[in-house]
Design a protein around this ligand. Structure first.
Ligand code: NAD
Length: 422
């Protein structure tokens, strides 16, 4: 596990070094972007419902804060490790700079399987994370958010813990909160909406006939389920979806809203619903290798590797998950002329609306859902086209094009400041 972990950060650094080959930036910038600024690892002691004490290892990383305070989610997963959190915080720094959101990159993770905990135990883990991280977090220093297996409810517990410690109401401490308690309209759907805008603009750029364009979505959580619904609603043919237990395939197309409703109501996994959806059961491995136009990995990292990249038949990959494609796979996909819309662009809708939430919290004035979606579109659509054009102009991958824009912005901030305050 530790090895796989370091691999993910190594993958991130490989992407960075590939971008350095196409950009003229100072050695200061190169040095600062190759290592995280600071990090903390701690153990959260939690009293379980049965009276036992259990500790959960947690990490929080500040990768780079040249542009602004660090921003990034907290992941709950039993395999969370430091290398993964470092990689994710690095991608956050690139992502924020790419879409011009005034934040640096941060990320956190707790080694925990949420499915094994009661609600009360989960609350104690979440409050414990805030106590353990202490002053490493703060509304003008490092603002957490949800990630895999962390929800608005968890953000609320963390927010409440912070307010209790500080003795004042500080909603800008964390984003992804429930709407009634300082959250933003549109945050729940933001990552998917951003990915949807990218997919729609990709279809326009490639002059695809949307009605005939088939899509497979891996992962049916916050990002994947809303994305599938938005694509279906727009006219794309979503033919396959999956969760951690496996997936389903239906040539005529799946109704993701109906599937989500049944999954929630009956508490069943996607493959268990194959019959009800009149679809065929498939594995996650098969989903990645389906003959579809667009593949949207929306679950975990390292899904498309040198082992299966040659079998990928999709013409386009929209990376909703962070780090789903390894650098070795990227090389294979490039040779196969498969266009990859990179994670740092495709899933940037989440951090963009998190930024909107933070601004609203600071102002104490809240925007309506249409304003949020409209402002998100005004950021995502130009970001997609700028990156697409730079890719064409520089003859590089779309990932490298995204990195070039981001590095340029970070470099300006670093060089302007000198070494003080970076
Ligand atoms: P989530 O916890 O809501 O959903 C995760 C989904 O992935 C679930 O459907 C789960 O069943 C599925 N899954 C888990 N293991 C799997 C496996 N081995 N194979 C296939 N599916 C599996 O998480 P999310 O918030 O939707 O995040 C998904 C991805 O998107 C992550 O990589 C996350 O970092 C990225 N992301 C999320 C946000 C956000 O705002 N939620 C923002 C940016 C990036």
């Amino acid at each position: 596990m530790g090895e796989a972990c370091d691999d993910l950060f190594e993958n991130a650094l490989q992407q960075l070094h590939q971008a350095f080959e196409h950009i003229d930036v100072s050695d200061d910038v190169k040095a600062l972007l190759t290592v995280p600024k600071e990090l903390v690892t701690f153990n959260i002691p939690v009293r379980l419902d049965n009276g036992d004490l259990k500790t959960f290892t947690a990490h929080r990383v500040h990768y780079n804060d040249a542009i602004g305070p660090c921003k990034g989610g907290i992941r709950y997963h039993e395999s969370v490790c430091l290398g993964e959190v470092k990689a994710l915080s690095f991608w956050m720094a690139i992502k924020c700079a790419l879409v011009n959101v005034p934040f640096g990159g941060g990320k956190g993770g707790v080694q925990v399987n949420v499915k094994e905990l009661s609600k009360a135990e989960l609350e104690r883990v979440s409050r414990g994370f805030v106590r353990g991280a202490g002053d490493f977090l703060g509304p003008d220093k490092d603002i957490p958010a949800p990630d895999m297996y962390t929800t608005s409810k968890i953000m609320l517990w963390m927010s409440d813990e912070y307010n209790t410690i500080k003795g004042s109401y500080q909603p800008a401490f964390i984003t992804g909160k429930p709407i009634e308690l300082g959250g933003s309209e549109g945050r729940e759907t933001a990552t998917a909406r951003g990915a949807f805008f990218c997919t729609r603009e990709l279809a326009k750029a490639k002059e695809l006939d949307v009605q005939k364009t088939t899509v497979a979505v891996q992962g049916f959580g916050n990002a994947g389920s809303y994305l599938a619904a938005m694509l279906h609603d727009y006219g794309f043919k979503v033919v396959a979806v999956s969760d951690s237990q496996g997936g389903i395939y239906k040539k005529a197309g799946i109704d993701p809203v109906k599937l989500k409703y049944m999954k929630k109501k009956w508490k069943l996994s996607i493959p268990e619903l194959a019959k009800d959806m009149k679809a065929k059961k498939i594995t996650n491995k098969q989903l990645l290798e389906l003959d579809v136009d667009i593949l949207a990995p929306s679950a975990l990292e390292n899904q498309i590797t040198k082992k299966n990249a040659r079998n990928v038949k999709a013409k386009y990959i929209v990376e909703v998950a962070n780090g789903p494609t390894t650098p070795a796979a990227d090389t294979i996909l490039e040779k196969k002329k498969i266009l990859v819309v990179p994670d740092v662009l495709a899933n940037a809708g989440g951090v963009t609306v998190s930024y909107f939430e933070w601004v609203q919290n600071k102002e104490g004035y809240y925007w309506d859902a249409d304003t949020i979606d409209d402002r998100l579109e005004k950021i995502m659509v130009p970001a997609f086209h700028r990156t697409y054009e730079l890719m064409t102009e520089k003859k590089v991958s779309m990932r490298t094009a995204a990195f070039l824009t981001a590095i340029q912005r970070i470099a300006k901030a670093v060089d302007a400041k000198g070494l003080i305050g970076v």
